[in-house]
Ligand binder design. Sequence first.
Ligand SMILES: Nc1ncnc2c1ncn2[C@@H]1O[C@H](COP(=O)(O)OP(=O)(O)OP(=O)(O)O)[C@@H](O)[C@H]1O
Ligand SMILES: [Mg+2]
Length: 594
Amino acid sequence: MTDTPPFTESDSAALRQRLFWALGGLLGVVVLGLLVFVLSLRTELDQAAERGASDLELASDRLTTGLQRYRELAVFLSDHPTVLAVALEAEPDVQATAATSDLLQSMADKTGAHSLLLVAGDGRVLASAGEAGLPTGAQLALSRAMDGALGVAHFVDLEGRRRYVFAAPVFEPNGPAQAAVVVNVDIGLLEWGWPTEASAIYFTDSYGVVFISNRSELVLRGGSSGQMPVTARHRVMGHEIWRHEAGPYIPSPALHVIQTLPVIGLEGELLRDLRPVLSAAALQAGMASALGLVFAAFVFFATERRRTLAEANARLEARVAARTEALELANRDLQHEVRERQEAEARLKRAQADLVQAGKLSALGEMSAGISHELNQPLMAIRSFAENAQAFLERGQPEKAADNLGRISELARRMGRIIKNLRAFARQEPETITDVELTAVVEAALEMTQAKMTNAGVTLVWSPAGQVWVRGGEVRLQQVVMNLLSNAVDAVKDAPEKRIEITLLLASAPDMPTRFTISDTGPGISEPEKIFDPFYTTKEVGASEGMGLGLSISYGLVQSFGGRIRGENRAEGGAQFTIELQPAANKEGANAAN
Ligand SMILES: Nc1ncnc2c1ncn2[C@@H]1O[C@H](COP(=O)(O)OP(=O)(O)OP(=O)(O)O)[C@@H](O)[C@H]1O
Ligand SMILES: [Mg+2]
């Protein structure tokens, strides 16, 4: 089961930060695209301008060379003897005129000139080829020629043909110009020979009118007669950019290049298509942007990945820290509990020790009547023996008196033994476990309960089998035996048969316990499972009868020796208590020997 964590303040901050970086990246990509666009536009524009300039130069050269031919033709003819023969004669003969006309015709045929005229200063045509009269537009060139210079003119004739005219003066020998050779060029024919070009090239005159062009739409536009259809002119990075509506074959937007041609009195202009330039720049910008985008995306996702890892790590660390804290807390609790347990154990031990002592004192109290009787009886006997001894001495029977004295000393020894036992029993024994001789312990316990048993009229069955060494504490073991004997006496007190039997079964092997039993002919145990509970008693509480502590103390003591105690009812009636004790290791030989 996974539970989604709640959306926290830091989550929204992280989201904002991510959005910020994503937008920043996009902005960077856009800026990069723009930058690349501008740079490549500049390069492309420069290159286009260069190529445009060279294209224009080529076209201008072509035009100038084309016209130069006719100019030279005019100059050549102005010196020709055949021409001179007509030009310098006031009355030229018909033959000479015909010869000149033939020359002019042949030259016109060879050079492709529209017409060739020999014109006198007053405008009379002396000889001609191509056309008969001098067109009006050529008048200016003629008057220039008559002034002695090479006349040049361009115009549109009555039929709408564009004409370019050279007029070369024909000089008298060492005199002024008498006539002029006029060469007429049809510009339309000249244009036909031009190769088709992507760029629009045109040549304008001093009035701004397009006179020659490789695009017919532009011809004769501009000037005052009809404006060039330019809608916008911009200067971009040092280049002039034009937009216009001159028709589908004139590129727009276009790069405008200009070149002055003083030789022919025209200005060459070129309009180069900008769309390839723009698309090249856009392509480069697009490619740069795409690369930038890929890079930005890579960086973004790499950062995202790192951030995700860092977050997961932080979460893990927080969890580990929380777990560690919980563990530390649990550990502290546990230590606290252990300490409490140790203290409780210590308290319990102290309480147990107190209980043992209390149990002993209670047993002593219970036995005190019997013991005082036990001590009183020999004391009385000693008194009567002493009185008897005194009487025997008075009667002069010292042997009998000595016999009585011997009995007195015997009785005193017996009393001393009882008192010694009592003192030993009352002493608080250290809690150490030593090797103890069990038979002696049983003997001492019997001696102390002797009075109680005699009072109750109990028959004791007990045949000591020499020394039996076990692990335990002498006084505590004696207390256990006394408790069991005391209970047994209590049990048989009102029974028809009052018999208590003590048996001792030696350990048959080193790891087997020594078994010691006390059985009686009483009514048996009424609730065997409860007898070792503290304060469980069936006897009258409070009176000297019972507190319910004897067996529970005995249980604790036997346990502390590493032994076991149990109580059960015998099949033939009565109760039987069994104590198992560990044999004393180094006394095994002694045990076996006896
Ligand atoms: N030999 C026995 N026969 C029958 N019942 C017994 C025998 N020994 C003990 N009991 C039962 O076990 C109970 C508990 O014995 P325990 O020695 O612990 O206490 P108590 O003898 O009643 O009092 P005290 O503290 O003076 O010993 C007795 O009251 C008795 O009911
Ligand atoms: Mg008892």
